[in-house]
Design a protein around this ligand. Structure first.
Ligand code: ROI
Length: 169
């Protein structure tokens, strides 16, 4: 059974977003064949995208998993649905968004999943929390997280709390 470190980005801007994110992290910790190994701080971020939407809460977690990428994605989508996520408006407000950012060193492109996540390279609400838990990370594309974060800057982003790692049951 080979284990891979994967990184998952979390975002919410509806219905007590901080609670949505914290509870989702507990649910990620319970995914089959998957161990939660690190969590970033919790961030508040200005909304990126159209119109008038509430601020977001964002975080990133690292897991060690022996699930193949699409099975990990399935488990993440079950959690999103549990949070009442309805996919309709592109870039609209959402109760919970879970993005697979990285799956080991893999580069994945199929109809369901693109890894590394296409927009992580410029989204500071992904890069900054990722740097909390993997400051020396280099993406499979060869780009260093530090470099990307220098370019994205930290505008509109503030760390608001530490996230306690849920204890295994
Ligand atoms: N903006 C912020 N700040 N955080 C997010 O998680 C987020 N997620 C999105 C869009 C709508 C692009 N904007 C976001 O999907």
């Amino acid at each position: 059974m080979s284990c891979v470190t994967a990184y998952i980005g979390l975002g919410s801007n509806l219905e007590a977003p901080d609670q949505q994110v914290l509870f989702a992290i507990e649910q990620i910790a319970e995914i089959d064949q998957t161990e939660l190994i690190a969590a970033s701080r919790l961030y508040r971020s200005d909304p990126v995208g159209p119109g008038d939407q509430p601020d977001y809460i964002n975080a990133v977690v690292a897991v060690k998993t022996s699930l193949r990428p699409l099975l990990l994605l399935d488990a993440m989508q079950v959690i999103e649905q549990d949070h009442g996520r309805v996919r309709h408006i592109r870039w609209g407000a959402r109760t919970l968004d879970l993005d697979m950012l990285l799956y080991g060193e893999d580069i994945i492109e199929n109809e369901r999943l693109i890894v590394p996540h296409k927009e992580m390279h410029w989204r500071n609400f992904v890069l900054r929390p990722l740097a909390d838990i993997a400051p020396e990370l280099v993406l499979p594309t060869g780009q260093s997280l530090k470099k990307l974060l220098q370019t994205s800057g930290e505008k509109g982003l503030s760390a608001i709390a530490d996230i306690p790692l849920p204890q295994p049951a």
